[in-house]
Design a protein around this ligand. Structure first.
Ligand SMILES: *[C@@H]1O[C@H](CO)[C@@H](O)[C@H](O)[C@H]1NC(C)=O
Ligand SMILES: *[C@@H]1O[C@H](CO)[C@@H](O)[C@H](O)[C@H]1NC(C)=O
Length: 387
């Protein structure tokens, strides 16, 4: 009896160690320090592509949220929202917490923690060349969350993140000397064709909440039209910076990476008027006859306007997610995103990175997606192959 227990214990110990084997090729760490979830997810694309090319392990950072009326940011573990396992099919990953607890001490001990940036950042009243990696929010709180202080800065100029082969990075920063490449910003590349949606699978924690919300309101995703309206004040301002001849945030999703769809990025695409939102929604409702219209908006969700226009005429229910008091805005956004991802039909915002996340999720589910301000038949310009 006793030997058996010992054996079990022994196996358990082996298992625990095996699970956190050190990757001889090293690790990549970064702070998703720009923007909210949509932008952070875009930054992941670059980080994933970069890390995979180097055949290193990506340390999955915490998501950074900005609670209203708070002076600091909040760090949310990656796996609160997304499962880790599916990502492992695409590249080597480890949660930041696991890395810091099980691996950091042996290969990245205090005293040897370097931070990487392209070049020194200018700083007032200082001649010291530095990445200033922990200056300000969210930079400081992100690293401090795991008690990380940097002992030196490494400038990787003239190398770029945009790599298709690992040679130059490995020659300059071999994993034997630099087991961890910790970047003060996202190691972003222009690589956008990563089938990432397939590997970003929501956790049970989020899915369960969505299921409960849908069943409580008797909504079936099959007859659901979901809208993402990006009408907060920040976007209104941002949209004044668009130009017709270049992409803006995530607009490549509807304009094409080289603007090959020939669509001009107008203000009605970036920040559509309420009138046009109502018109486009009504056209869609008339065409597809949903039973429910779900509205996700960061500004005015226009529920009354939708109800007045559509409710009786089309016998359609207009609904939005009601966030429980104890739920953060950041988490509630994922409820919206998941519903936007699974609804049978959706109209989303072309330049919005939040919309882009939902669009990618919809693509893998083979659901079509419309954009505000763009006629659907303009979106596909693939040559007809019925010759
Ligand atoms: C990538 O690294 C792993 C070790 O983490 C190794 O087993 C694998 O062979 C490497 N792949 C390539 C293509 O070098
Ligand atoms: C909020 O409260 C509900 C009910 O009391 C509980 O089930 C849920 O886990 C709480 N959510 C959070 C994020 O604390």
């Amino acid at each position: 009896m006793i030997p058996k227990i010992l054996l079990l214990l022994f196996n358990l110990i082996i298992y625990c160690f095996a699970q956190y084997e050190v990757d001889p090729n090293g690790y990549v760490m970064f702070c998703p320090c720009m923007g909210r979830f949509g932008n952070q997810a875009e930054q992941f694309l670059g980080a994933i592509s970069f890390t995979r090319t180097l055949n290193r392990t990506l340390v999955l950072p915490h998501w950074i949220e900005y609670p209203p009326r708070s002076f600091t940011s909040k760090q949310v573990p990656f796996d609160t929202y997304f499962q880790v396992e599916p990502l492992q099919d695409y590249l080597k990953v480890i949660l930041m917490k696991d890395f810091m607890i099980h691996i950091a001490d042996s290969i990245w001990p205090k005293g040897k923690r370097y931070v990487f940036c392209y070049d020194a950042q200018a700083k007032e009243n200082s001649d010291k060349r530095s990445c200033n990696a922990k200056d300000g929010n969210p930079f400081g709180p992100f690293w401090s969350h795991f008690d990380i202080d940097f002992d030196g800065d490494v400038f990787y100029r003239p190398l770029f993140y945009d790599i298709s082969i690992a040679d130059r990075w490995n020659a300059k920063f071999p994993s034997s000397e630099y087991p961890v490449l910790a970047f003060s910003g996202p190691p972003g590349t222009e690589e956008r064709n990563i089938p990432i949606a397939k590997y970003f699978i929501y956790t049970e924690y989020i899915r369960k909440q969505v299921d409960e919300f849908l069943s409580k309101n008797q909504i079936s995703p099959d007859t659901l039209l979901a809208l993402h309206i990006r009408n907060g004040i920040d976007f209104e301002r941002a949209c004044t910076y668009t130009t017709e001849n270049s992409n803006f945030f995530a607009s490549a999703q509807c304009l094409g990476h080289k603007l090959e769809k020939g669509i001009k990025l107008t203000n009605e695409i970036c920040y559509p008027s309420e009138d046009n939102i109502l018109i486009q929604t009504e056209n869609m409702v008339e065409r597809i006859k949903p039973t429910v219209v779900y509205v996700a908006a960061d500004g005015n969700p226009m529920i009354d306007e939708f109800r007045k226009l559509l409710g009786k005429k089309y016998n359609v229910k207009i609904i939005k997610y009601e966030r429980p008091e104890n739920q953060s805005l950041g988490e509630a956004a994922h409820i919206d995103l998941y519903i936007l991802s699974i609804a049978e039909h959706a109209i989303v915002n072309c330049p919005s990175t939040f919309s882009a996340f939902a669009k990618r999720q919809r693509d893998i589910r083979e659901k079509s997606t419309d954009f505000w301000g763009i006629e659907n038949d303009k979106l596909t310009n693939e040559p007809k192959s019925d010759l």
